[in-house]
Design a protein around this ligand. Sequence first.
Ligand SMILES: [Mn+2]
Length: 313
Amino acid sequence: MKRQIIDTIEQYETIIIHRHVRPDPDAYGSQMGLKALLEKNYPKKRIMAAGTHDVLLSYLAEPDCVAEEDYNGALVIVTDTANTDRIDGPYFDRGAFLLKIDHHPNEDPYGDERWVNTDASSCSEMIYTLFEEGQASSGWEMSAEAARFLFAGIVGDTGRFMFQSATEKTFEVASSLIKQNFDRTQLFADMYEVDRKILHLQGYIYQNFTIDENGAAYIKLTQEILKQFNVTVAETSDLVGSLGNVKGICAWIIFVEEDDQIRVRLRSKGPVINTLAMQYKGGGHPLASGASVYSWKEADEVIGKLQELCRNY
Ligand SMILES: [Mn+2]
């Protein structure tokens, strides 16, 4: 399989690599790690990384601007993404050949060819084993840049090597990667800083949210608070689930103030809330939606309606 993938890679001049939406370190690690690896070993090929950038992962890399025309005759590789709905970037199916490389259960076997290994700790670990094959059969070399990405992906998906998914092989791969010359201490510090910032703000949310007798809850994250915690609006998107484990919660809203609007992030454990989101320029799933309001007065109106939904549920 791995040899077959390398044969496929060798046939194409343009290779565009995608990963999943709401990326994590393994999404970036496998995508950017593969990109760096291919750039190192096939310097004449054009290798691009597609998808929307997540500022929380700026310490790793930034994706490229990929245009629709770039897909003509290209090989498209999607890493770390179980199903097509989660692929970030619009044109992934416009290439000449689509290849899936993933470690999640293969419930959506998309693409012309697939390599799925659910025993791998991370997709980054899979990319490393692809490298091992390339090294043996095509003389591939590792680079410090690629090693840093792959190491970050493994660290991310194994919870800093704490999860059961970190196997003997994972440690072997990690041990081989750290022989490359990248700043591991800095990488750990960057990863830790993101966690710390988010946990810090999460603590604030837990201490300051408001909840009524029917379990309708909300918190207002003003620009002042975001500034105080040194987080951007995008960085708050991972926090919306935070209140889900509060005892007795029914539905909740996290308001995030931007320059020109207030983002409304709604979640529910029962009452359908996308109909409420639709009243405020939004929508989404029945239990997870988003909307926008333009003043705190309007925000209070949304809170009133959420409280009503929980009261009648
Ligand atoms: Mn992963």
